[in-house]
Design a protein around this ligand. Sequence first.
Ligand SMILES: *Cc1c(COP(=O)(O)O)cnc(C)c1O
Length: 229
Amino acid sequence: MTVKENYQKILKIAEKAAEKSGRNLEDIIILGASKTQPVEKLIEAYKAGLRYFGENRVQEGIDKIEKLKEYKDIHWHLIGGLQTNKAKYAVKYFEMIHSLDRKPLADELDKRAKKIGKKQDVLIEVNIGGEESKYGVQPENLKELFEYSMQKENLNILGLMCIPPYSENKEDSRPYFARLRQLKEELEKEFNVNLPHLSMGMSNDFDIAIEEGATIVRIGTFLFGERNY
Ligand SMILES: *Cc1c(COP(=O)(O)O)cnc(C)c1O
């Protein structure tokens, strides 16, 4: 299967799932999770119509952004965990950061965004399965982090992101996705704000995520093939 064929298959699946949740394909952002993939593969995806790419590491992302400079309508997102000392570069290069999960990072992102006169789009990553090995704020600390980050002048908090515990069975992800949506709705109500985005769902479970309200799905293997580390 080529990247183009994979992309077309993804669009079909996403469209069906969107209909199930009373939405259209246009309401869903398909984000290519392109970590470790060579730029040739990203170009293939671009030519097939993909316009959103998500990288995990700041430096690898910057290398690709530089190499693909001529494709001016690509939206670059940072989806991996972010070290505070790399916040400066993340803000400079990425349109949206999916992995805000602690106050010092909010401080630093805000400070760096202010310095370059940017309002940085961010999502708060929630450790929805309470796993020790995962990034993300614990659900019980979400409200506090949200309230804190919302007050930052140069941050634009647009929603939540999660990676549920891995399972062979995609239905196992559904309650975690539903929970993330519920957490988002609670924040909207309590703080009287609109949070447009839920970033959830990967290769094995993105249709379930869309059914549960995802607006951004992050797809790696299904789109690009296996990763080479
Ligand atoms: C790698 C990665 C993905 C995509 O994973 P696949 O299972 O290959 O689709 C999505 N989100 C994040 C944060 C990732 O690191």
